[in-house]
Design a protein around this ligand. Structure first.
Ligand code: NDP
Ligand code: MG
Length: 415
């Protein structure tokens, strides 16, 4: 992948031999979330380079209003018409001309707007797929945090990227690390560029050492208390179960055209090495940094340049040691289920993802126990045959079937 000058505002001014006319316009899908806020923090550090074009929220609408006041975007997007009217009134009262759009249609519109240079895809879960694809089809630079979109529709998603010429940059810290450790021409194929394996690091989450007997009783708050990263609640539970690493394994296979057998998961509790690439000559390249998402966000925003992210320098003397261990699939059955889905391909990852979304939402609501998350997913995957996904309708059909089967598990168990 060669640096694309269309996407680098500063470089464009050098190439054109005139001063930069305007900062790059950035749509932030999921602006009120953890990644959204970190993205806006980086954007605000570089007003000469970046301007928020559109911000979306879903439930945290007073936060969205505050973000609009701070970043003065052209558009804001909310899920319902009533909420849109109320936000529009508040924005007017604050003296802003931000226009409020509604629902998935509004999200797709701000993702594909001709004025937009880059789209941060940071909506959580399957809800992010259509707006992210709208950005891909419009040929935008995609900053991909929403791993579920790629897990659900990997083949179609990557095909759409190739067709539109979109530049796809990973935000997930591990994939951003791998991207940084890959040669520029990795799209030729991993074996052609001498890559033996990808080593995907995982912290092991809050339950890495919890006695197995206690796992039956852990609470949502315990699951969300990640030792190293502060994140939204869904991905925090995924990190506790290591489903997050399973989704990331599938994500890595699509982003780097790897087979599941070429991706090895390594538990590294300090979360300082964000992943590694192992080459056939014995060289292993790693990317290190403090666990702060502003590093991958800045890296992707400015790529192929580098900008200040606000992240303090890494203090290796304070860290002192780096540990590694193999993952235990008995402790983390979700990792096994995700690897099986990665190997089965086709509809299996979309089903895995949908069943996981239902199970995690029910766990966060207090309706299922932590260990039941894996049981629900396993049952869904066993009940439904794997089918080919030839178009987006087939993706959403697989998604809906898995959700229904997971809901049936819940009602059968009286939840
Ligand atoms: P959060 O829960 O903090 O934020 C999610 C965002 O999506 C919020 O803006 C939320 O709006 C919005 N949202 C939720 N549901 C919907 C919906 N149905 N339709 C439209 N918008 C919706 O999650 P994170 O920021 O932690 O994660 C976002 C994505 O990034 C996930 O896919 C996650 O896997 C990925 N990621 C996150 C990392 C992190 O460090 N946080 C690291 C790597 C990847 P509102 O808040 O207003 O309800
Ligand atoms: Mg990650």
């Amino acid at each position: 992948r060669q640096p694309d000058r269309r996407h680098s505002g500063v470089r464009r001014s050098v190439v054109d031999g005139r001063t930069m006319s305007r900062p790059q316009q950035i749509t932030v899908l999921g602006a009120t979330g953890s990644i959204g806020l970190s993205t806006l923090d980086v954007i605000a550090r570089h007003p000469e380079r970046y301007q928020a074009f559109a911000l979306s929220g879903f439930t945290r609408l007073s936060e969205l209003l505050a973000l609009c006041v701070r970043h003065t975007p052209r558009f804001a997007v909310v899920p319902q018409a009533a909420a849109a009217r109320s936000l529009q009134d508040d924005l007017r009262a604050a003296g802003l001309s931000t226009r409020v759009l509604v629902g998935e249609e509004g999200l797709c519109q701000v993702a594909a707007d001709p004025e937009v240079d880059a789209v941060m895809a940071a909506i959580v879960g399957a809800a992010g797929l259509r707006p992210t694809l709208a950005a891909v089809e419009a040929g935008k630079k995609i900053l991909l945090a929403n791993k579920e979109a790629l897990v659900m529709s990997g083949a179609l998603f990557m095909q759409a990227v190739r067709k539109s010429g979109s530049v796809l940059l990973p935000i997930d810290s591990e994939h951003n690390a791998i991207f940084q450790c890959m040669p520029a021409d990795f799209a030729r194929g991993l074996s052609s560029v001498g890559v033996r394996r990808i080593l995907l690091t995982a912290s092991g989450g809050p339950f890495r050492q919890t006695p197995m007997a206690e796992l039956a009783h852990v609470s949502p708050d315990q699951a969300c208390a990640h030792p190293n990263w502060s994140m939204g609640r869904k991905i925090s539970v995924d990190s506790a179960s290591m489903m997050n690493k399973g989704l990331e394994l599938i994500e890595a296979c699509w982003l780097f055209d790897a087979k599941p057998s070429q991706v090895e998961v390594v538990i590294h509790p300090q979360s300082v090495i964000h992943s590694l690439v192992d080459y056939i000559d014995g060289s292993v390249l790693a990317q290190l940094g403090n666990p702060d998402m502003r590093t991958p966000i800045s890296n992707a925003l400015a790529w192929p340049e580098r900008i200040d992210s606000g992240v303090p320098p890494l203090d290796l003397f304070a860290i002192a040691r780096l540990d590694f261990q193999a993952p235990d699939e008995e402790r983390f059955p979700c990792l096994r289920l995700a690897r099986q889905a990665a190997e089965a391909g086709n509809s299996a990852p979309a089903m895995l993802n949908a069943a996981n979304e239902v199970a995690v939402a029910a766990f966060l609501d207090g309706r299922v126990r932590y260990l039941e998350i894996a049981s629900i997913i396993e049952e869904v995957l066993n009940l439904e045959p794997v089918v080919a996904l030839n178009d987006l309708d087939a993706v959403f059909t697989a998604d809906a079937k898995a959700r229904l089967l997971a809901e049936q598990w819940l009602s059968r168990h009286g939840r």
